[in-house]
Design a protein around this ligand. Structure first.
Ligand SMILES: [Zn+2]
Length: 131
């Protein structure tokens, strides 16, 4: 499986990660199926934001409510690793719910994509489409 997004979605995650330093940024991926149409930043409300993230619960509630009202679906989440690799950390694995959504992880030099399956994170490839 692969995911598809515009260069704007990819660039948004990279710029958010840069702006949040030295903290982790986080946000919600909106779209349909495996296509992301928006990376929407959210506040990182975790008390240790340099090494953890917790997406502002209100932002999630709002996104799910908008999805039920016919808006884009909540297809995944993104967060950054300010000093680490673009792959799930032990903390990420502990937090994963196995709900099938996609996690985008912004490392120091790239973004990687993972599906949160009941059997753990599965690496996904990605395509950037013309906008
Ligand atoms: Zn992480």
């Amino acid at each position: 499986m692969h995911v598809i997004m515009t260069i704007q979605v990819l660039a948004r995650m990279l710029s958010e990660a840069q702006a949040a330093l030295p903290r982790e940024c986080c946000g919600i991926l909106l779209g349909t199926g495996n296509r992301f149409t928006e990376a929407r930043p959210a506040a990182n409300v975790h008390p240790e934001p340099e090494t953890h993230f917790e997406i502002d619960p209100q932002a999630l509630i709002d996104a799910h409510r908008a999805a039920r009202a016919g808006g884009p679906q909540v297809v995944g989440y993104y967060h950054s690793h300010p000093t680490g690799a673009a792959e799930p950390s032990a903390t990420d694995r502990a937090m994963a719910s196995g709900d099938g959504r996609v996690w985008a992880i912004v490392g120091t030099d790239k973004v990687s994509f993972w599906q949160d399956t009941p059997d753990g994170f599965r690496a996904l490839s990605y395509l950037v489409e013309e906008s």
